[in-house]
Design a binder for this molecule. Structure first.
Ligand code: M6R
Length: 613
Protein backbone atom coordinates (compact mmCIF):
# COMPACT_ATOMS: atom_id res chain seq x y z
CA UNK A 1 0.00 0.00 0.00
CA UNK A 2 1.26 3.51 -0.69
CA UNK A 3 3.14 4.22 -3.88
CA UNK A 4 6.64 5.68 -3.95
CA UNK A 5 8.42 7.34 -6.83
CA UNK A 6 11.73 9.17 -7.12
CA UNK A 7 13.81 10.54 -9.99
CA UNK A 8 17.29 11.94 -10.46
CA UNK A 9 18.51 12.87 -13.94
CA UNK A 10 18.43 15.62 -16.53
CA UNK A 11 14.70 16.05 -17.12
CA UNK A 12 12.22 18.24 -15.29
CA UNK A 13 11.10 16.11 -12.39
CA UNK A 14 7.62 17.45 -11.60
CA UNK A 15 5.79 15.76 -14.45
CA UNK A 16 7.81 12.56 -14.04
CA UNK A 17 6.76 12.35 -10.39
CA UNK A 18 3.12 13.10 -11.13
CA UNK A 19 2.92 10.66 -14.03
CA UNK A 20 4.57 8.03 -11.84
CA UNK A 21 2.08 8.67 -9.05
CA UNK A 22 -0.79 8.24 -11.50
CA UNK A 23 0.56 4.79 -12.32
CA UNK A 24 0.95 4.01 -8.63
CA UNK A 25 -2.38 5.39 -7.50
CA UNK A 26 -3.91 1.93 -7.23
CA UNK A 27 -1.58 1.35 -4.26
CA UNK A 28 -3.27 4.07 -2.22
CA UNK A 29 -5.25 7.16 -3.04
CA UNK A 30 -6.29 9.11 0.02
CA UNK A 31 -3.66 11.81 -0.45
CA UNK A 32 -0.53 12.45 -2.46
CA UNK A 33 2.52 14.67 -2.46
CA UNK A 34 5.86 15.50 -4.03
CA UNK A 35 9.14 17.06 -2.90
CA UNK A 36 11.80 18.46 -5.24
CA UNK A 37 15.08 20.26 -4.75
CA UNK A 38 15.04 23.74 -6.22
CA UNK A 39 17.70 26.39 -5.63
CA UNK A 40 19.18 24.44 -2.76
CA UNK A 41 15.90 23.97 -0.89
CA UNK A 42 13.32 21.25 -0.57
CA UNK A 43 9.96 22.39 -1.96
CA UNK A 44 6.90 20.24 -1.26
CA UNK A 45 3.32 20.11 -2.38
CA UNK A 46 0.65 17.87 -0.87
CA UNK A 47 -2.99 17.33 -1.51
CA UNK A 48 -5.82 15.30 0.02
CA UNK A 49 -7.61 13.18 -2.59
CA UNK A 50 -6.61 11.79 -5.94
CA UNK A 51 -3.37 12.35 -7.84
CA UNK A 52 -5.40 14.27 -10.45
CA UNK A 53 -6.05 16.90 -7.79
CA UNK A 54 -2.35 17.09 -6.95
CA UNK A 55 -1.56 17.41 -10.65
CA UNK A 56 -4.02 20.28 -11.07
CA UNK A 57 -2.68 22.06 -8.00
CA UNK A 58 0.94 21.54 -9.09
CA UNK A 59 0.24 23.09 -12.49
CA UNK A 60 -0.61 26.43 -10.98
CA UNK A 61 1.06 26.41 -7.58
CA UNK A 62 4.34 24.58 -8.04
CA UNK A 63 6.60 26.57 -10.35
CA UNK A 64 9.90 25.00 -9.28
CA UNK A 65 12.40 23.79 -11.88
CA UNK A 66 14.21 20.72 -10.67
CA UNK A 67 15.74 17.47 -11.87
CA UNK A 68 15.59 15.54 -8.58
CA UNK A 69 12.62 14.69 -6.42
CA UNK A 70 10.42 12.13 -4.68
CA UNK A 71 6.66 11.51 -4.54
CA UNK A 72 4.09 9.46 -2.68
CA UNK A 73 0.50 8.34 -2.89
CA UNK A 74 -0.86 7.38 0.52
CA UNK A 75 -3.01 4.69 2.07
CA UNK A 76 -3.36 5.91 5.63
CA UNK A 77 -2.11 3.78 8.50
CA UNK A 78 -1.02 6.20 11.25
CA UNK A 79 -2.91 9.47 11.29
CA UNK A 80 -6.10 10.39 9.50
CA UNK A 81 -6.39 11.48 5.90
CA UNK A 82 -5.24 15.10 5.88
CA UNK A 83 -2.71 17.31 4.19
CA UNK A 84 -0.48 17.41 7.26
CA UNK A 85 -0.32 13.60 7.29
CA UNK A 86 0.32 13.28 3.57
CA UNK A 87 3.89 12.50 2.50
CA UNK A 88 6.64 13.67 1.92
CA UNK A 89 7.48 14.46 5.54
CA UNK A 90 10.20 16.94 6.35
CA UNK A 91 12.71 17.01 9.15
CA UNK A 92 12.83 19.97 11.49
CA UNK A 93 14.73 22.59 9.53
CA UNK A 94 13.66 21.07 6.17
CA UNK A 95 16.97 19.40 5.33
CA UNK A 96 15.50 15.96 4.72
CA UNK A 97 12.27 14.79 3.07
CA UNK A 98 11.00 11.23 3.38
CA UNK A 99 8.35 9.16 1.60
CA UNK A 100 7.56 5.84 3.20
CA UNK A 101 5.48 2.73 2.67
CA UNK A 102 5.18 0.48 5.72
CA UNK A 103 4.87 0.91 9.46
CA UNK A 104 7.52 2.03 11.94
CA UNK A 105 6.50 -0.11 14.88
CA UNK A 106 8.71 1.55 17.50
CA UNK A 107 7.90 5.08 16.36
CA UNK A 108 6.58 6.15 19.76
CA UNK A 109 9.89 5.31 21.47
CA UNK A 110 11.87 7.04 18.73
CA UNK A 111 9.55 10.02 18.87
CA UNK A 112 9.98 10.30 22.65
CA UNK A 113 13.76 10.21 22.17
CA UNK A 114 13.65 12.89 19.46
CA UNK A 115 11.29 15.09 21.48
CA UNK A 116 13.89 15.04 24.23
CA UNK A 117 16.41 16.24 21.67
CA UNK A 118 14.01 19.13 20.95
CA UNK A 119 12.72 17.98 17.59
CA UNK A 120 9.23 19.16 16.65
CA UNK A 121 6.54 17.10 14.98
CA UNK A 122 3.74 18.41 12.86
CA UNK A 123 1.90 15.27 11.74
CA UNK A 124 0.36 12.20 13.39
CA UNK A 125 2.35 9.78 11.24
CA UNK A 126 5.04 7.28 12.09
CA UNK A 127 6.95 8.41 8.98
CA UNK A 128 7.79 11.86 10.29
CA UNK A 129 10.08 10.34 12.94
CA UNK A 130 12.22 8.94 10.10
CA UNK A 131 12.92 12.41 8.72
CA UNK A 132 13.93 13.70 12.16
CA UNK A 133 15.90 10.58 13.03
CA UNK A 134 17.92 11.02 9.84
CA UNK A 135 18.48 14.68 10.70
CA UNK A 136 19.59 13.65 14.19
CA UNK A 137 22.16 11.21 12.80
CA UNK A 138 23.36 13.78 10.29
CA UNK A 139 24.08 16.24 13.09
CA UNK A 140 25.82 13.54 15.09
CA UNK A 141 28.22 12.60 12.30
CA UNK A 142 28.36 15.38 9.74
CA UNK A 143 31.30 13.85 7.91
CA UNK A 144 29.27 10.76 6.96
CA UNK A 145 27.83 10.14 3.52
CA UNK A 146 24.09 10.48 2.95
CA UNK A 147 23.74 6.70 2.65
CA UNK A 148 25.64 6.15 5.86
CA UNK A 149 23.41 8.57 7.76
CA UNK A 150 20.24 6.85 6.58
CA UNK A 151 21.77 3.45 7.28
CA UNK A 152 22.64 4.42 10.86
CA UNK A 153 19.12 5.74 11.35
CA UNK A 154 17.45 2.61 10.02
CA UNK A 155 19.40 0.42 12.43
CA UNK A 156 17.13 1.85 15.14
CA UNK A 157 13.90 1.25 13.25
CA UNK A 158 11.63 -1.73 13.87
CA UNK A 159 8.87 -2.48 11.42
CA UNK A 160 8.58 -2.35 7.69
CA UNK A 161 9.59 0.16 5.11
CA UNK A 162 10.12 0.99 1.52
CA UNK A 163 11.39 4.55 1.64
CA UNK A 164 13.09 7.30 -0.32
CA UNK A 165 14.95 10.25 1.17
CA UNK A 166 15.80 13.56 -0.44
CA UNK A 167 18.13 16.11 1.13
CA UNK A 168 19.19 19.66 0.43
CA UNK A 169 22.55 18.83 2.00
CA UNK A 170 23.20 16.06 -0.55
CA UNK A 171 21.66 17.60 -3.67
CA UNK A 172 22.64 14.95 -6.24
CA UNK A 173 21.46 11.85 -4.49
CA UNK A 174 18.35 10.00 -3.36
CA UNK A 175 18.64 7.25 -0.75
CA UNK A 176 16.20 4.37 -0.85
CA UNK A 177 15.85 1.40 1.50
CA UNK A 178 13.65 -1.59 1.84
CA UNK A 179 12.41 -3.94 4.52
CA UNK A 180 9.29 -5.92 3.53
CA UNK A 181 7.87 -3.18 1.28
CA UNK A 182 8.80 -3.36 -2.40
CA UNK A 183 11.20 -1.00 -4.13
CA UNK A 184 13.00 -1.14 -7.43
CA UNK A 185 15.51 0.99 -9.29
CA UNK A 186 14.82 1.69 -12.96
CA UNK A 187 18.12 2.22 -14.77
CA UNK A 188 18.27 4.88 -17.44
CA UNK A 189 21.05 6.70 -19.29
CA UNK A 190 22.05 9.76 -17.29
CA UNK A 191 18.96 9.26 -15.16
CA UNK A 192 17.61 6.77 -12.66
CA UNK A 193 14.11 6.33 -11.34
CA UNK A 194 12.98 4.51 -8.23
CA UNK A 195 9.50 3.21 -7.53
CA UNK A 196 7.55 0.79 -5.44
CA UNK A 197 6.13 -0.74 -8.59
CA UNK A 198 7.31 -1.49 -12.09
CA UNK A 199 4.21 0.17 -13.56
CA UNK A 200 5.69 3.55 -12.68
CA UNK A 201 9.04 3.06 -14.39
CA UNK A 202 8.07 1.11 -17.51
CA UNK A 203 7.65 4.17 -19.71
CA UNK A 204 11.23 5.27 -18.94
CA UNK A 205 13.17 2.03 -18.86
CA UNK A 206 12.78 -1.73 -18.98
CA UNK A 207 16.00 -2.36 -17.01
CA UNK A 208 15.44 -2.68 -13.29
CA UNK A 209 17.19 -3.77 -10.12
CA UNK A 210 14.97 -5.06 -7.31
CA UNK A 211 16.02 -4.18 -3.79
CA UNK A 212 15.96 -7.02 -1.30
CA UNK A 213 15.06 -6.78 2.36
CA UNK A 214 17.46 -4.74 4.47
CA UNK A 215 19.16 -3.25 1.44
CA UNK A 216 19.83 0.43 1.05
CA UNK A 217 20.85 2.20 -2.15
CA UNK A 218 22.32 5.51 -3.11
CA UNK A 219 20.90 6.72 -6.42
CA UNK A 220 22.54 9.39 -8.55
CA UNK A 221 21.83 10.34 -12.15
CA UNK A 222 24.74 8.33 -13.56
CA UNK A 223 25.28 5.57 -11.01
CA UNK A 224 23.82 3.72 -8.07
CA UNK A 225 25.25 1.65 -5.24
CA UNK A 226 23.41 -0.97 -3.23
CA UNK A 227 24.62 -2.06 0.20
CA UNK A 228 23.02 -4.06 2.97
CA UNK A 229 22.05 -2.45 6.23
CA UNK A 230 24.69 -4.46 8.04
CA UNK A 231 27.26 -6.09 5.76
CA UNK A 232 28.45 -4.11 2.76
CA UNK A 233 28.19 -3.75 -1.00
CA UNK A 234 25.74 -5.97 -2.89
CA UNK A 235 26.31 -7.40 -6.37
CA UNK A 236 23.12 -6.41 -8.10
CA UNK A 237 21.37 -8.23 -10.93
CA UNK A 238 19.65 -6.25 -13.66
CA UNK A 239 16.28 -7.65 -14.79
CA UNK A 240 14.33 -6.93 -17.92
CA UNK A 241 10.78 -5.81 -17.18
CA UNK A 242 9.13 -6.75 -20.43
CA UNK A 243 6.13 -4.64 -19.47
CA UNK A 244 3.95 -3.00 -22.09
CA UNK A 245 3.41 0.66 -21.26
CA UNK A 246 -0.02 0.47 -22.88
CA UNK A 247 -1.09 -2.07 -20.24
CA UNK A 248 -1.28 0.87 -17.88
CA UNK A 249 -3.62 2.85 -20.15
CA UNK A 250 -7.40 2.79 -20.16
CA UNK A 251 -7.57 2.19 -23.92
CA UNK A 252 -10.94 3.92 -24.19
CA UNK A 253 -12.63 2.09 -21.30
CA UNK A 254 -14.14 4.18 -18.50
CA UNK A 255 -12.48 2.03 -15.84
CA UNK A 256 -9.56 -0.39 -15.62
CA UNK A 257 -11.89 -2.94 -14.08
CA UNK A 258 -14.07 -3.06 -17.19
CA UNK A 259 -11.02 -3.12 -19.46
CA UNK A 260 -9.58 -6.01 -17.49
CA UNK A 261 -12.85 -7.97 -17.54
CA UNK A 262 -12.82 -7.70 -21.33
CA UNK A 263 -9.14 -8.68 -21.49
CA UNK A 264 -9.84 -12.12 -20.05
CA UNK A 265 -9.91 -14.11 -23.29
CA UNK A 266 -6.35 -12.99 -23.96
CA UNK A 267 -5.08 -13.05 -20.36
CA UNK A 268 -6.28 -16.64 -20.08
CA UNK A 269 -4.73 -17.50 -23.42
CA UNK A 270 -1.45 -16.06 -22.13
CA UNK A 271 -1.68 -18.10 -18.92
CA UNK A 272 -1.90 -21.27 -21.04
CA UNK A 273 0.53 -20.44 -23.85
CA UNK A 274 3.20 -23.12 -24.33
CA UNK A 275 1.95 -25.03 -21.31
CA UNK A 276 0.46 -28.16 -22.88
CA UNK A 277 2.30 -31.37 -23.62
CA UNK A 278 2.86 -32.34 -27.24
CA UNK A 279 0.13 -34.97 -27.22
CA UNK A 280 -2.28 -32.43 -25.72
CA UNK A 281 -3.23 -34.70 -22.88
CA UNK A 282 -1.62 -32.79 -20.03
CA UNK A 283 -0.16 -29.49 -19.00
CA UNK A 284 3.45 -28.57 -18.22
CA UNK A 285 5.04 -25.67 -16.41
CA UNK A 286 8.66 -24.77 -17.10
CA UNK A 287 8.90 -23.01 -13.75
CA UNK A 288 7.68 -25.89 -11.62
CA UNK A 289 11.02 -27.70 -11.71
CA UNK A 290 9.70 -30.98 -10.30
CA UNK A 291 10.56 -34.30 -11.91
CA UNK A 292 7.62 -36.65 -12.66
CA UNK A 293 8.65 -38.88 -9.73
CA UNK A 294 8.66 -35.87 -7.41
CA UNK A 295 5.25 -34.80 -8.68
CA UNK A 296 3.96 -38.28 -8.06
CA UNK A 297 5.36 -38.50 -4.57
CA UNK A 298 3.47 -35.39 -3.42
CA UNK A 299 0.84 -36.63 -0.98
CA UNK A 300 -0.82 -33.39 -0.05
CA UNK A 301 -0.98 -29.81 -1.26
CA UNK A 302 -1.24 -26.69 0.84
CA UNK A 303 -2.25 -23.37 -0.68
CA UNK A 304 -1.81 -20.05 1.15
CA UNK A 305 -3.23 -16.78 -0.13
CA UNK A 306 -5.38 -13.78 0.76
CA UNK A 307 -8.58 -12.26 -0.61
CA UNK A 308 -9.43 -13.12 -4.18
CA UNK A 309 -6.35 -15.31 -4.53
CA UNK A 310 -7.60 -17.31 -1.54
CA UNK A 311 -10.91 -17.93 -3.30
CA UNK A 312 -9.05 -19.01 -6.43
CA UNK A 313 -7.17 -21.55 -4.27
CA UNK A 314 -10.41 -22.76 -2.73
CA UNK A 315 -11.80 -23.41 -6.21
CA UNK A 316 -8.47 -25.08 -7.07
CA UNK A 317 -8.95 -27.40 -4.10
CA UNK A 318 -12.25 -28.68 -5.53
CA UNK A 319 -10.68 -29.22 -8.96
CA UNK A 320 -7.49 -30.89 -7.74
CA UNK A 321 -9.29 -33.15 -5.29
CA UNK A 322 -11.88 -34.11 -7.91
CA UNK A 323 -9.58 -34.77 -10.85
CA UNK A 324 -6.20 -35.60 -9.29
CA UNK A 325 -7.46 -37.12 -6.03
CA UNK A 326 -4.82 -35.33 -3.95
CA UNK A 327 -5.98 -33.87 -0.63
CA UNK A 328 -5.65 -30.09 -0.62
CA UNK A 329 -5.64 -27.67 2.29
CA UNK A 330 -6.25 -23.99 1.73
CA UNK A 331 -5.21 -21.49 4.38
CA UNK A 332 -5.62 -17.76 4.74
CA UNK A 333 -1.99 -16.65 4.63
CA UNK A 334 -2.74 -14.10 7.34
CA UNK A 335 -3.77 -16.92 9.69
CA UNK A 336 -1.22 -19.49 8.61
CA UNK A 337 1.69 -17.22 9.47
CA UNK A 338 0.69 -17.22 13.15
CA UNK A 339 -0.58 -20.79 13.38
CA UNK A 340 1.62 -23.68 14.28
CA UNK A 341 -0.14 -25.99 11.88
CA UNK A 342 0.93 -29.64 11.80
CA UNK A 343 1.73 -30.62 8.22
CA UNK A 344 3.17 -33.79 6.80
CA UNK A 345 6.58 -33.80 5.20
CA UNK A 346 5.35 -34.84 1.73
CA UNK A 347 3.21 -31.73 1.44
CA UNK A 348 3.95 -29.34 -1.40
CA UNK A 349 3.18 -25.73 -0.52
CA UNK A 350 1.94 -23.11 -2.98
CA UNK A 351 1.58 -19.41 -2.24
CA UNK A 352 -0.67 -17.54 -4.65
CA UNK A 353 -0.58 -13.78 -5.07
CA UNK A 354 -1.35 -11.49 -7.98
CA UNK A 355 1.00 -8.75 -6.78
CA UNK A 356 3.59 -11.06 -5.29
CA UNK A 357 3.99 -8.47 -2.52
CA UNK A 358 1.14 -9.18 -0.08
CA UNK A 359 2.83 -9.10 3.29
CA UNK A 360 0.75 -11.88 4.86
CA UNK A 361 1.35 -14.21 1.93
CA UNK A 362 5.04 -13.42 2.05
CA UNK A 363 5.10 -14.18 5.78
CA UNK A 364 3.30 -17.50 5.18
CA UNK A 365 5.93 -18.30 2.56
CA UNK A 366 8.75 -17.59 5.04
CA UNK A 367 7.02 -19.69 7.70
CA UNK A 368 6.61 -22.65 5.33
CA UNK A 369 10.23 -22.36 4.23
CA UNK A 370 11.38 -22.11 7.83
CA UNK A 371 9.64 -25.42 8.43
CA UNK A 372 11.57 -26.90 5.55
CA UNK A 373 8.85 -27.16 2.91
CA UNK A 374 9.40 -26.66 -0.78
CA UNK A 375 7.32 -23.60 -1.62
CA UNK A 376 6.04 -22.84 -5.11
CA UNK A 377 4.62 -19.50 -6.14
CA UNK A 378 1.82 -18.55 -8.47
CA UNK A 379 2.20 -14.83 -9.10
CA UNK A 380 1.36 -12.32 -11.77
CA UNK A 381 3.97 -9.63 -11.20
CA UNK A 382 7.27 -10.68 -12.70
CA UNK A 383 10.19 -10.07 -10.35
CA UNK A 384 7.93 -9.51 -7.34
CA UNK A 385 9.22 -10.47 -3.91
CA UNK A 386 7.19 -13.69 -3.77
CA UNK A 387 8.34 -14.64 -7.26
CA UNK A 388 11.94 -14.13 -6.18
CA UNK A 389 11.63 -15.85 -2.81
CA UNK A 390 9.82 -19.07 -3.68
CA UNK A 391 11.77 -22.20 -4.64
CA UNK A 392 10.12 -22.24 -8.05
CA UNK A 393 6.94 -20.96 -9.53
CA UNK A 394 4.46 -20.23 -12.24
CA UNK A 395 3.78 -16.82 -13.68
CA UNK A 396 0.18 -15.95 -14.52
CA UNK A 397 1.08 -13.72 -17.48
CA UNK A 398 -2.19 -11.83 -17.06
CA UNK A 399 -0.49 -8.51 -17.77
CA UNK A 400 -0.62 -5.48 -15.53
CA UNK A 401 -3.78 -5.47 -13.40
CA UNK A 402 -4.57 -1.88 -12.43
CA UNK A 403 -8.13 -2.28 -11.11
CA UNK A 404 -8.02 -2.61 -7.33
CA UNK A 405 -10.73 -5.24 -7.64
CA UNK A 406 -9.03 -8.24 -9.14
CA UNK A 407 -10.71 -9.76 -12.20
CA UNK A 408 -8.36 -11.05 -14.89
CA UNK A 409 -5.78 -12.08 -12.30
CA UNK A 410 -8.44 -14.20 -10.58
CA UNK A 411 -9.40 -16.07 -13.74
CA UNK A 412 -5.78 -16.59 -14.72
CA UNK A 413 -5.12 -18.04 -11.26
CA UNK A 414 -8.11 -20.33 -11.74
CA UNK A 415 -6.78 -21.34 -15.15
CA UNK A 416 -3.38 -22.25 -13.75
CA UNK A 417 -4.94 -24.15 -10.86
CA UNK A 418 -7.13 -26.05 -13.30
CA UNK A 419 -4.04 -26.87 -15.36
CA UNK A 420 -2.32 -28.07 -12.19
CA UNK A 421 -5.32 -30.33 -11.53
CA UNK A 422 -4.81 -31.78 -15.00
CA UNK A 423 -1.07 -32.16 -14.50
CA UNK A 424 -1.40 -33.95 -11.16
CA UNK A 425 -4.31 -36.04 -12.47
CA UNK A 426 -2.26 -37.24 -15.44
CA UNK A 427 0.60 -38.14 -13.08
CA UNK A 428 -1.89 -40.39 -11.34
CA UNK A 429 -4.99 -42.06 -12.70
CA UNK A 430 -6.33 -39.91 -15.52
CA UNK A 431 -6.02 -41.64 -18.91
CA UNK A 432 -4.72 -39.78 -21.93
CA UNK A 433 -8.11 -39.54 -23.69
CA UNK A 434 -9.73 -37.93 -20.66
CA UNK A 435 -6.67 -35.69 -20.35
CA UNK A 436 -7.08 -34.59 -23.96
CA UNK A 437 -10.73 -33.70 -23.35
CA UNK A 438 -9.67 -31.63 -20.35
CA UNK A 439 -6.87 -29.87 -22.27
CA UNK A 440 -9.24 -29.21 -25.16
CA UNK A 441 -11.72 -27.58 -22.76
CA UNK A 442 -8.97 -25.37 -21.41
CA UNK A 443 -7.98 -24.35 -24.92
CA UNK A 444 -11.60 -23.47 -25.72
CA UNK A 445 -11.83 -21.17 -22.71
CA UNK A 446 -11.09 -17.89 -24.53
CA UNK A 447 -13.93 -18.59 -26.97
CA UNK A 448 -16.33 -19.49 -24.17
CA UNK A 449 -15.40 -16.33 -22.29
CA UNK A 450 -15.91 -14.23 -25.39
CA UNK A 451 -19.43 -15.60 -25.48
CA UNK A 452 -20.04 -14.63 -21.85
CA UNK A 453 -18.70 -11.13 -22.51
CA UNK A 454 -21.63 -10.67 -24.92
CA UNK A 455 -23.98 -10.66 -21.94
CA UNK A 456 -22.54 -7.45 -20.49
CA UNK A 457 -25.50 -5.31 -21.61
CA UNK A 458 -28.04 -7.71 -20.14
CA UNK A 459 -26.14 -7.78 -16.86
CA UNK A 460 -25.97 -4.01 -16.84
CA UNK A 461 -29.79 -3.88 -17.02
CA UNK A 462 -30.05 -6.37 -14.17
CA UNK A 463 -27.60 -4.29 -12.13
CA UNK A 464 -29.56 -1.11 -12.75
CA UNK A 465 -32.83 -2.79 -11.79
CA UNK A 466 -31.65 -4.36 -8.53
CA UNK A 467 -28.81 -2.11 -7.35
CA UNK A 468 -30.86 -0.77 -4.44
CA UNK A 469 -31.63 -4.13 -2.86
CA UNK A 470 -30.54 -4.27 0.76
CA UNK A 471 -28.92 -7.70 0.87
CA UNK A 472 -27.10 -9.60 -1.84
CA UNK A 473 -26.65 -13.31 -1.24
CA UNK A 474 -24.42 -15.33 -3.54
CA UNK A 475 -25.02 -19.06 -3.59
CA UNK A 476 -23.13 -21.88 -5.17
CA UNK A 477 -22.39 -25.51 -4.50
CA UNK A 478 -19.05 -27.35 -4.52
CA UNK A 479 -16.57 -25.52 -6.75
CA UNK A 480 -19.14 -22.77 -7.36
CA UNK A 481 -19.12 -21.89 -3.66
CA UNK A 482 -15.71 -20.15 -3.91
CA UNK A 483 -16.96 -18.48 -7.08
CA UNK A 484 -19.96 -17.21 -5.10
CA UNK A 485 -17.57 -15.99 -2.38
CA UNK A 486 -15.57 -14.09 -4.98
CA UNK A 487 -18.79 -12.59 -6.43
CA UNK A 488 -19.76 -11.31 -2.97
CA UNK A 489 -16.27 -9.94 -2.32
CA UNK A 490 -16.28 -8.05 -5.62
CA UNK A 491 -19.63 -6.46 -4.86
CA UNK A 492 -18.62 -5.47 -1.31
CA UNK A 493 -15.34 -4.01 -2.53
CA UNK A 494 -16.61 -1.78 -5.27
CA UNK A 495 -20.27 -1.05 -4.48
CA UNK A 496 -20.11 -0.99 -0.66
CA UNK A 497 -23.26 -3.06 -0.26
CA UNK A 498 -23.97 -5.92 2.06
CA UNK A 499 -23.09 -9.12 0.24
CA UNK A 500 -22.48 -12.61 1.57
CA UNK A 501 -21.92 -16.00 0.06
CA UNK A 502 -22.97 -19.45 1.20
CA UNK A 503 -22.92 -22.97 -0.08
CA UNK A 504 -26.47 -23.07 -1.50
CA UNK A 505 -27.81 -25.74 0.83
CA UNK A 506 -26.51 -23.89 3.90
CA UNK A 507 -29.18 -21.23 3.33
CA UNK A 508 -31.70 -23.16 5.35
CA UNK A 509 -29.35 -23.25 8.31
CA UNK A 510 -29.59 -19.56 9.05
CA UNK A 511 -29.12 -17.07 6.20
CA UNK A 512 -32.65 -17.74 4.93
CA UNK A 513 -33.74 -15.44 7.76
CA UNK A 514 -32.37 -12.55 5.69
CA UNK A 515 -34.68 -13.25 2.78
CA UNK A 516 -37.30 -10.61 2.10
CA UNK A 517 -38.31 -8.47 -0.85
CA UNK A 518 -35.21 -6.43 -0.14
CA UNK A 519 -32.84 -9.28 -0.85
CA UNK A 520 -31.41 -10.46 -4.12
CA UNK A 521 -30.11 -14.02 -4.32
CA UNK A 522 -27.62 -14.79 -7.05
CA UNK A 523 -27.46 -18.49 -7.72
CA UNK A 524 -24.43 -19.81 -9.58
CA UNK A 525 -26.26 -22.87 -10.89
CA UNK A 526 -23.97 -24.05 -13.64
CA UNK A 527 -23.30 -27.63 -12.51
CA UNK A 528 -25.41 -30.35 -13.99
CA UNK A 529 -25.13 -32.36 -10.79
CA UNK A 530 -27.25 -31.07 -7.92
CA UNK A 531 -29.37 -28.94 -10.26
CA UNK A 532 -32.65 -30.34 -8.91
CA UNK A 533 -31.60 -29.43 -5.40
CA UNK A 534 -30.75 -25.91 -6.52
CA UNK A 535 -34.17 -25.55 -8.12
CA UNK A 536 -35.71 -26.40 -4.73
CA UNK A 537 -33.53 -23.78 -3.05
CA UNK A 538 -34.59 -21.16 -5.58
CA UNK A 539 -38.22 -21.94 -4.86
CA UNK A 540 -37.59 -21.56 -1.14
CA UNK A 541 -36.28 -18.06 -1.75
CA UNK A 542 -39.15 -17.14 -4.05
CA UNK A 543 -41.68 -18.42 -1.52
CA UNK A 544 -40.30 -15.86 0.95
CA UNK A 545 -40.50 -12.92 -1.42
CA UNK A 546 -36.79 -12.84 -2.31
CA UNK A 547 -35.65 -11.93 -5.81
CA UNK A 548 -33.56 -14.42 -7.74
CA UNK A 549 -30.93 -14.05 -10.45
CA UNK A 550 -29.67 -17.39 -11.77
CA UNK A 551 -26.52 -17.96 -13.78
CA UNK A 552 -27.18 -21.14 -15.69
CA UNK A 553 -26.06 -23.21 -18.64
CA UNK A 554 -28.85 -25.79 -18.53
CA UNK A 555 -31.60 -26.06 -21.12
CA UNK A 556 -33.84 -28.56 -19.33
CA UNK A 557 -35.72 -26.30 -16.95
CA UNK A 558 -37.71 -23.23 -17.88
CA UNK A 559 -35.56 -21.01 -15.71
CA UNK A 560 -37.36 -17.85 -16.75
CA UNK A 561 -40.46 -19.15 -14.91
CA UNK A 562 -38.49 -19.93 -11.79
CA UNK A 563 -36.32 -16.83 -11.48
CA UNK A 564 -36.60 -13.07 -11.81
CA UNK A 565 -33.58 -12.90 -14.08
CA UNK A 566 -31.61 -15.53 -15.95
CA UNK A 567 -28.07 -15.15 -17.25
CA UNK A 568 -27.22 -17.91 -19.70
CA UNK A 569 -23.62 -18.92 -20.23
CA UNK A 570 -22.15 -21.73 -22.37
CA UNK A 571 -21.97 -25.24 -20.98
CA UNK A 572 -18.31 -26.25 -20.60
CA UNK A 573 -16.14 -28.96 -19.06
CA UNK A 574 -16.18 -29.12 -15.23
CA UNK A 575 -12.49 -28.23 -15.06
CA UNK A 576 -13.12 -24.81 -16.60
CA UNK A 577 -16.71 -24.22 -15.56
CA UNK A 578 -15.80 -22.08 -12.51
CA UNK A 579 -13.77 -19.75 -14.73
CA UNK A 580 -16.64 -19.14 -17.16
CA UNK A 581 -19.14 -18.84 -14.30
CA UNK A 582 -17.10 -16.12 -12.57
CA UNK A 583 -17.40 -13.57 -15.39
CA UNK A 584 -21.11 -12.63 -14.97
CA UNK A 585 -20.43 -11.92 -11.29
CA UNK A 586 -17.62 -9.54 -12.22
CA UNK A 587 -19.98 -7.66 -14.54
CA UNK A 588 -22.71 -7.60 -11.92
CA UNK A 589 -20.41 -6.06 -9.29
CA UNK A 590 -18.98 -3.61 -11.81
CA UNK A 591 -22.34 -2.35 -13.07
CA UNK A 592 -23.89 -2.15 -9.60
CA UNK A 593 -20.87 -0.13 -8.47
CA UNK A 594 -21.06 2.19 -11.45
CA UNK A 595 -24.85 2.61 -11.14
CA UNK A 596 -24.46 3.52 -7.47
CA UNK A 597 -21.91 6.16 -8.47
CA UNK A 598 -18.85 4.46 -6.99
CA UNK A 599 -15.31 4.94 -8.26
CA UNK A 600 -14.82 1.26 -9.01
CA UNK A 601 -11.10 1.56 -9.73
CA UNK A 602 -10.41 3.27 -6.43
CA UNK A 603 -12.78 1.71 -3.91
CA UNK A 604 -12.76 3.45 -0.57
CA UNK A 605 -10.37 2.20 2.12
CA UNK A 606 -8.69 -0.30 -0.22
CA UNK A 607 -5.38 -0.50 -2.03
CA UNK A 608 -4.25 -2.89 -4.68
CA UNK A 609 -1.40 -4.48 -2.86
CA UNK A 610 -1.57 -4.98 0.90
CA UNK A 611 1.98 -4.52 2.11
CA UNK A 612 1.22 -3.71 5.74
CA UNK A 613 -0.26 -6.02 8.38
O1 M6R B 1 -1.84 -9.45 -4.68
P1 M6R B 1 -2.56 -10.55 -3.97
O2 M6R B 1 -3.21 -11.51 -4.90
O3 M6R B 1 -1.71 -11.24 -2.94
O4 M6R B 1 -3.72 -9.80 -3.17
C1 M6R B 1 -4.55 -10.50 -2.28
C2 M6R B 1 -5.75 -9.66 -1.90
O5 M6R B 1 -5.36 -8.52 -1.22
C3 M6R B 1 -6.55 -9.25 -3.13
O6 M6R B 1 -6.95 -10.35 -3.86
C4 M6R B 1 -7.80 -8.44 -2.72
O7 M6R B 1 -8.70 -9.24 -2.06
C5 M6R B 1 -8.37 -7.79 -3.97
N1 M6R B 1 -8.75 -6.44 -3.68
C6 M6R B 1 -9.52 -8.51 -4.54
O8 M6R B 1 -10.22 -7.84 -5.50
Amino acid sequence: MCGIIGYVGQKQVKSILINGLKRLEYRGYDSAGIAVLAQGEICTMKCVGKVAELAAKAQTHFPYASTIGIGHTRWATHGNVSEKNAHPHLSDGNYFAVVHNGIVENYLQIKAFLLEKRYHFYSDTDTEILANLIDYHYRKAMQCSFGEIVRKSLLHVEGTYGLAVLSSIFPDEIIVARKSSPLLIGLGYGENIIASDAAAVARYTQRVVYLNDEEIASIRSDNFLVTTLREGVVDTVCHNLDLEVRDADLAGYPYYMLKEIFEQPSSIENAMRGRFTEDNSSSKFGGLSLAPQELRSVKRLLFCACGTAYYACLAGKYLIEKYARIPVDVEYASEFRYRNAPFQSDTLVFVVSQSGETIDTLAALYEAKRKGYTVMGITNVVGSTIARTTDAGIYQHAGLEMGVASTKAFTSQLTILSMLALLFARQRDMDSFTGQQYACALKSLPAAINEVLQSSKQIRHIAEKYCNQKHFLFLGRQVMYPIALEGALKLKEIAYVHAEAFPTAEMKHGPIALISEQSLCIFVATQRELLEKTVNNIQEVKARGGKVVAIINDKKYIWEELCDEVIRIPEVHGGVNPIVSAIPLQFLAYYIGVTLGCDVDRPRNLAKSVTVE
